[in-house]
Design a protein around this ligand. Sequence first.
Ligand SMILES: CC(C)(COP(=O)(O)OP(=O)(O)OC[C@H]1O[C@@H](n2cnc3c(N)ncnc32)[C@H](O)[C@@H]1OP(=O)(O)O)[C@@H](O)C(=O)NCCC(=O)NCCS
Length: 152
Amino acid sequence: MARRALVDGFELDDDPARIDVDAVHRFISDESYWGVGRPRELVERAIRNSARVMGLYRGTEQVGFARAVSDRTIIAYLADVYVLAEFRGRGLGLELVREMIDGGPFEGLTWVLHTASQQKLYEKVGFKSQFVYPLMERRRRKVDGEAPYRSP
Ligand SMILES: CC(C)(COP(=O)(O)OP(=O)(O)OC[C@H]1O[C@@H](n2cnc3c(N)ncnc32)[C@H](O)[C@@H]1OP(=O)(O)O)[C@@H](O)C(=O)NCCC(=O)NCCS
């Protein structure tokens, strides 16, 4: 488990038990551009099944989040990265992503992610936009037994 204190009382922690699922769900479902309407149950399951999660906290309040999906051997996918709006622009997002990757258990793997606008942030931790092969996707569909939901 990794825990790191930042300036002004902020703290990073990769303890999955500390994640405030309601807070993560609120942001992803209401404010993110990629997961609007995502049901809480899917947010909870995605967190539970992630290889690693990273929470950003100020005291007991969770103010940011990121998670990694990985085979723990070859590749890791960085997902659901956010910092609440009132805490942006002071370096916390970069520290959140850095803590997830640098010095972590998956540091040496190939990391991939999608981003609409944050290329500069991710370039600071080594991501590059050019890739050797084209990126292809098969978009998520409804899984048996789930309420209707399609990620945008
Ligand atoms: C993307 C996101 C997580 C970044 O979080 P953040 O805390 O604002 O990130 P940072 O402060 O580390 O960096 C953001 C910018 O602030 C600048 N910055 C860093 N430290 C700073 C400081 N002390 N004072 C002012 N600005 C600062 C950075 O240079 C960066 O700008 P640049 O990339 O143009 O150079 C946040 O904007 C967010 O949650 N956005 C909505 C969700 C989203 O888009 N998530 C990413 C999906 S891929």
